[in-house]
Design a protein around this ligand. Structure first.
Ligand SMILES: NC(=O)c1ccc[n+]([C@@H]2O[C@H](COP(=O)([O-])OP(=O)(O)OC[C@H]3O[C@@H](n4cnc5c(N)ncnc54)[C@H](O)[C@@H]3O)[C@@H](O)[C@H]2O)c1
Length: 376
């Protein structure tokens, strides 16, 4: 049974973690607390709780986001009846255990991606959440970023017509000494996998959301450095991939091509998307989007001896709103907790995404495309 809710006391959201993503979640939750969570004309108070293993970081987070509860004892937080929602921002290896315990205590559970490291654990969490009748949600910020959300709207409105293909480019350079992101992403026991596990958790979900089911997956992967160093200079072996090229066939017939790399020197806002259809095309990142209708498409003639000009013409820049996708998602989730209505994306979506990720790994191991029709 989930914890009973009372509009007078409102909701307390217990955030697990004090790292990069915990800060984004806490900031979004603080904005929801400030602006109010209004449901059926009633304003529900929102309070924050934070758990972390480092007392100084917990105290700093509690100060910065005015958390009502701050603790270094995760079980104490999970057990508290005055905490109705758990939001897991810990390393991947600590998604399954804490979420499983939170369900046992009747908490509604939100988590950053991926749901778990092992697919069987993700399936177990989904079954347990359903049996307990709790709300379950997962970060899929790419569904809610301004650029990708607008691209989907344009497709839904028919502005692209029949979609031929989508291309995604993602990546930036992470040097052998990992200083620009947490080093645990390169340690299999903490992360579960490399860039396929980490980034296809976003792109498979987003592309299914935009273009529908994926029927076939083919992947090739590369590990650039067999050893890396953390920021403190400790060496460790790398057993996960740095780069992947993933080819998709959608049920609609469209092609998908995702290139993701942590050894790429970037020159644009990433990720970058190109979606081409019969009536028009979209190119976008999270914060920029351009559209070209078929009537604006120049009759380009290829001549390898001439410098090409005018390739920026025909693209209309579409203004985008400022959006915090974490705030949008967390507001949707808390609203669902109170209203009892379903909220997407949920752990069913997360399990489907993880099944597709397993298929990508199977393809990378075998060198063959994998039929994924039964998976989504
Ligand atoms: N949605 C996105 O765009 C996005 C981006 C990056 C990371 N993520 C996901 O968010 C989650 C957190 O990633 P991050 O980048 O914030 O990492 P991070 O390293 O900044 O934070 C991880 C947190 O886990 C805690 N932790 C690690 N080991 C622990 C242990 N043994 N006991 C207790 N706490 C422990 C750390 O203290 C820290 O608070 C991961 O699941 C990651 O995949 C999502």
């Amino acid at each position: 049974m989930s914890t009973p809710l009372d509009p007078r006391t409102g909701l307390t959201v217990g955030v697990l973690g004090t790292g990069r993503m915990a800060h984004l979640h806490l900031r979004a939750l603080a904005a929801i607390r400030r602006d109010g969570l209004v449901i059926n004309g009633e304003t529900w108070p929102v309070a924050l709780a934070v758990y972390g293993r480092d007392p100084e970081k917990v105290a700093a987070c509690a100060r910065e986001y005015q958390a009502a509860i701050a603790t270094t004892d995760m079980d104490e937080l999970l057990e508290r009846p005055d905490v109705q929602v758990i939001d897991n921002c810990l390393v991947n290896a600590l998604h399954y255990g804490p979420l499983r315990r939170a369900i046992q205590y009747g908490k509604h559970c939100f988590t950053d991606k991926p749901l778990t490291i092992e697919l069987s654990d993700a399936e177990d969490l989904l079954a347990a959440a359903r049996a307990a009748g709790i709300q379950h949600g997962i970060v899929q910020n790419m569904r809610f970023q301004a650029g990708t959300a607008r691209a989907r709207e344009l497709i839904e409105a028919g502005a692209l017509g029949r979609v031929f293909h989508v291309r995604v480019v993602f990546g930036y350079f992470v040097p052998p000494q990992v200083t620009n992101r947490p080093a645990w992403f390169y340690q299999r026991e903490q992360a579960g996998g490399g860039i396929i596990h980490d980034m296809m958790a976003h792109f498979f979900d987003l592309l299914r959301f935009i273009l529908g089911p994926i029927d076939r997956v083919y992947a090739e992967a590369l590990t650039a450095f067999s050893e890396r160093m953390d920021a403190a200079g400790h060496r460790f072996p790398v057993e996960v991939e740095d780069a992947a090229a993933v080819i998709l066939r959608f049920r609609s017939g469209a092609l998908g091509d995702i290139f993701a790399s942590w050894v790429r020197r970037k020159h644009e806002e990433v990720p970058f998307f190109e979606i081409d259809g019969e009536k028009g095309s979209v190119i976008c990142s999270f914060n920029e989007l351009r559209f070209q209708g078929a009537d604006q498409t120049a009759g380009f003639r290829y001549d390898p001896t001439r410098r090409q000009t005018g390739y920026e013409e025909g693209w209309e820049t579409i203004p985008l709103p400022e959006v915090d996708p974490f705030e949008v998602q967390l507001r949707n989730f808390l609203t669902a907790v109170i209203s009892g209505r379903p909220c997407k994306p949920d752990w069913e979506d997360a399990v489907t995404t993880q099944r597709l990720i397993e298929a990508a790994y199977e393809s990378a191991r075998s060198g063959r495309a994998v039929d994924t029709r039964a998976l989504n």
